[in-house]
Design a protein around this ligand. Structure first.
Ligand code: AMP
Length: 220
């Protein structure tokens, strides 16, 4: 099964993608995590993407598509994966369809986690991420058991450098301009599933699993 998780920054894509990937035994491909790891390691890719990320802008499509295509070649993606944070432009969505088609596969469903803008701003303020395994936390909705320490790997939690108020505003602007057309791309293809994202983490996960089981899609 190949799934795409869509939603604004702060909608909970990363959290839900990790849950769904584990429940359905799928690989979890998060473009933002791949880029952050490259920046951390100081690779050539990291040097290319850092400036875009710091400004809250999208990394150019050709770079992003290349990184995802390479990741798709890894054996854990053979039977399926959950894409988180990708595609973010219609161009990327088309490229993903082509990349999967060339492997004899296709996207099954695109799940849109819908959250109101003021809630997004609130959530992005309290967000923490593990510097080791990238697990996401939130001061209010999903705090770690021990302050600033990852429950899963014991790594140190950090605030993302692009969660500053200024960059958050830019990222939301970029999302509404460049990524919302991706919703229509999947809606036209009868693959879009809409889920209310303001509920708790478990309830949203249940809603996603239910929608996948019943095969319900958003109206065109
Ligand atoms: P995220 O962790 O998904 O919020 O991504 C963090 C940053 O990585 C974004 O603000 C972009 O600069 C970059 N990025 C992640 N995914 C993509 C993508 N699919 N296309 C372009 N840039 C991306």
């Amino acid at each position: 099964m190949f799934l795409v998780l869509l939603g604004a920054p702060g909608a909970g894509k990363g959290t839900q993608a990790a849950i769904i990937a584990q429940r359905l035994d799928l690989a979890h491909i998060a473009s933002g995590d791949l880029f952050r790891q490259a920046v951390e390691k100081g690779t050539k890719l990291g040097q290319v993407v850092k400036d875009y990320m710091d400004k809250g802008l999208l990394v150019p499509d050709e770079v992003t598509i290349q990184v995802i295509s390479e990741r798709l070649n890894e054996p854990d993606c053979e039977t399926g994966c959950v894409f988180d944070g990708f595609p973010r432009t219609v161009e990327q969505a088309r490229a993903l369809d082509e990349a999967l088609a060339s492997r004899g596969k296709a996207i099954d469903k695109a799940i849109y986690i819908e959250v109101a803008e003021e809630e997004l701003l609130k959530r992005l303020g309290g967000r923490w991420i593990c510097g080791g395994c990238q697990a996401p936390y939130h001061e209010i909705t999903s705090p770690p058991k021990v302050a600033k320490i990852c429950d899963k790997c014991g790594g140190k939690l950090q605030q993302r450098s692009d969660d500053t108020p200024e960059t958050v505003r830019e990222r939301l602007k970029v999302y509404f301009a460049q990524t919302t057309p991706v919703l229509d791309y999947y809606r036209r293809d009868s693959k879009l599933v809409e889920v209310e994202g303001k509920l708790g983490i478990e309830e949203v996960a249940e809603a996603i699993v239910d929608a996948l089981e019943t095969g319900s899609v958003a109206a065109k």
